[in-house]
Every structure is written in structure tokens, then in C-alpha cells.
Design a protein around this ligand. Sequence first.
Ligand code: HEC
Ligand code: HEC
Length: 328
Amino acid sequence: MLSNILIWLAFVAVVVWLGWLTFRAWRAKNKLVKFAGGSMSSLLTLVLALVTGVLLVGMIKAYAPRSAPVPELKSAGSPEQLERGKHLADSFCASCHSPTNELPLTGGLDLGKDFPMPLGSFVSANLTPGGRLKDWSDGEIFRAIRNGVDRDGNWLFVMSGARGRFLSDADIEALIAYLRSQPVVTNDTPMPLDQPNVLGFLMLGTGLLPAGEAPITEAISMPPKGATAEFGKYILSYQDCVACHGEDLSGGEPGQLAPLGPNLALVKKWTQEQFITTRRTGIDPDGHALNNQVMPWKNIGRMDDEELAAVYAYLTSLPLSVAVQSTP
Ligand code: HEC
Ligand code: HEC
């Protein structure tokens, strides 16, 4: 934060210096210096002053204290909760919170490296009791997962936009139980975890990067676990399928940041068996091998049979249609 204030002050210093040069140029006796130099440096001063202003807006957005409710709760840590929490951590959180994709959730993965532009570093947190969660209450961990705010009221950039915020209250409590049960692993992650660079702050300042969703304040419930379309709908509420396959799953929009996923109407041609096998092996019924780089089937394939059957039931219940190809 201090180094960012210094960077910003450096921008201000350059603007002031350019302003001074402009002032000198307009007072020069030489006509060329006066008009050509004066207008050039006026323009430059103006542009840089604008950039400095946007930078300040970006920094304020990033560092202004955030608030979201801290629920009064204590995860009981029942065997069922531990099992469910571990399962969610494995099939979902591990894709970001583990450099190997495996449990425990030691963090340390820099997601900034995966962004299509260099926006800074955003390192996932160590979620084992070797990290800082050991000093947080269950309610504070709940708030971080649901609303992307840390114990001290700082904005958690990635978490605040991740779909994990739509997990039900019960699932978040199960996750907290599992997080606490992990072995202590010391893994010194940089502090703060989010370190946007100048481009990152500028994009925040202009609104090209989202500055976090409004806090969710009402409870989120979930349907009973089972191979139903209803439960499949719940799974898709927190999984990232829509980021790539489009808001209504009819295919991504060219130009989107995430990899372009196809229209999921194609699942209707498959049996449930074929769908599950594709998720587990990465090979679809036509023998096409999915690229795990763009379609994360490995993590998704860790869902159990019941969950995958639920996703299948949901996808095939959607009013999606495949464009009919006219055969020549
Ligand atoms: C898309 C990647 C991604 C996913 C998925 C993800 N996280 Fe995170 N998480 C991060 C990053 C990066 C941070 C560091 C702060 C930030 O940018 O949000 C973080 C921070 C956190 C923190 C704050 C810890 C601290 O020390 O500040 C908690 C708690 C957390 N994550 C829990 C979870 C849980 C539980 C899941 C699964 C339900 C999960 N996260 C899924 C990327 C992710
Ligand atoms: C990061 C982006 C991304 C996410 C997240 C994602 N997909 Fe995909 N998906 C893709 C891409 C890209 C392809 C095409 C891959 C290929 O053909 O190799 C694809 C292909 C598929 C296919 C078709 C496979 C075939 O044989 O043509 C199905 C079915 C599918 N995804 C379902 C899902 C479901 C369900 C989810 C969420 C649980 C999901 N995807 C999450 C990007 C994604």
C-alpha cells in the first residue's frame, strides 16, 4: 500500500513538473518554443493528469474498507460436514487454492499469471491452520467465502467475484469444518495476497475491471442432495460453467475473457452414462479428447456420480437446441 502511494506521488510529481515546463514554454520569447512546445506539453500534462486521477480512483476502489455481515456461527464439525466440506474443497476450491490441484489447500498459486493481461499478482491464500485463518472466527471465514471481505475489512479481489459466493450456508459451514481439520502446512504467501500493478489500478479506476459484487446478505439454502435437475441447478450456481459456456449455457460469446465453451445442448445427444464417462476420462462419446487447459474436466470429474447425474439431469432439462445442420 505504501509503495503504491509512492507510485501515485511519483505520477503527481511528473504532472507538476510537466505543468511547470508548460508554464515556462508559454512564457518563452521564441515563438516556436512558445506555441509548438507550449501546446505539446499542455496536452501531455492534461493526459497525464487524467491518468493520475484514474489511478487514484483505482487505488481508492482497491483499498477502501469493505463491509459485509459476519454471521454469528460455529461450525459443529460433524462427520457429515467434514465429508461434504472435503468433497467441495477437492472438486472445487483446490483448482485455485492448491498448486497441484490436490488437498490440502496450501494456496500459493498466482492467478494473475492466468489473466489475459498483466494486472498484477493475486496469490491464493493458505487455507490450512498454518495460514492466517487459525486466528479468524467461523463467521469471518464465512464472510470471506460469501462476500470476499477479509477479517480486517480488506477487499479479496478474486473471491469477491468468484461464484463460490453462491454456495449454500450449509455448504460453507461444512467447508469451514474441513478447512479447520486440515494438517498445519506452513506456506508463506505474500502479504497482501492481492498486488495489482499500475495497469490493474487503471483498469479498476476506469471500471474495466469489476470492483466486486454487492454483498449478499440473505441466507442461501440448497435442495436435498440427489440425482435431480434441481440439485444440478444448485451445482451450476457455484461452478464456473457459465463463465465459458455462456449465461444460459447456449455457448460463449466470441470476445469473452474466459475460454469459449460450446452450446451444451450437445449433451442431449448423450446418455447419462456417456456424460459421466466424459467428465471422468476427458474423452467424449465421439472419441474427442477434451483439453484440460480450456475445459477443466479433471476437477469437475471429481464430483461424485450422484452430482454428475444431477448436472446431466439439469442440462438436459434446459430449453436449449442445437442448430439443425442442413445436409448437402
Ligand atoms: C478462482 C480461484 C479461486 C477459487 C475457485 C477459490 N478461491 Fe479462495 N481465494 C482465491 C484468491 C486469489 C485469494 C486471495 C485473495 C483474493 O484475491 O480473493 C483467495 C482467498 C480466500 C480466503 C481468504 C483467506 C485469507 O487469508 O485472506 C478464503 C477464506 C478462501 N479464499 C476460501 C475459499 C474456499 C473455501 C473456496 C472454495 C469454496 C475458494 N476459496 C475458492 C482464489 C480462489
Ligand atoms: C474455463 C472454461 C470452461 C469451464 C469453467 C467449463 N467448460 Fe465445458 N468446455 C469448455 C471448452 C473450451 C470446451 C471445448 C473443449 C474441447 O473441445 O476440447 C468445453 C466442452 C464441454 C463439453 C462438451 C465436450 C464435447 O465433447 O464436445 C461439455 C459437456 C462441457 N464442456 C460441460 C461443462 C460443464 C457441465 C461445466 C461446469 C461444471 C463446464 N463445462 C465448465 C470450457 C469450459
